[in-house]
Design a protein. Structure first.
Length: 114
């Protein structure tokens, strides 16, 4: 199983980034896919989730209306579109797959700063 995130970087407040997570080694379309983040000194928290069945989504209150999770079951990829970014969104963002157990990517750094 492999989850490879990309798309992180440095962005100014109010800017946008799109994270991608390419998955392999398991039946992607059958897995719940989630994005988590962890800021320095803080616990890892779930940001967004998308179901395997109907594409239903769920978001942390802190990102509702600003972030959008989506998936492409042909490309085995899950995305996180992040708009109106704030300094408090700064964190390492992790891709997570739930299929029998949890699988994690290595993380990608997102820094929101002027």
């Amino acid at each position: 199983v492999q989850l490879v995130e990309s798309g992180g970087g440095l962005v100014q407040p109010g800017g946008s980034l799109r994270l991608s997570c390419e998955a392999s080694g398991f039946p992607f379309s059958s897995a719940v896919m989630r994005w988590f983040r962890q800021a320095p000194g803080k616990e890892r928290e779930m940001v967004a989730a998308i179901s395997s069945i109907n594409g239903g989504t769920n978001y942390a209150d802190s990102v509702k209306g600003r972030f959008t999770i989506s998936r492409d079951n042909v490309k085995n990829t899950v995305y996180l579109q992040m708009n109106s970014l704030k300094p408090e969104d700064t964190a390492v963002y992790f891709c997570n797959a739930v299929f029998g157990r949890n699988y994690w990517g290595q993380g990608t750094q997102v820094t929101v700063s002027s």
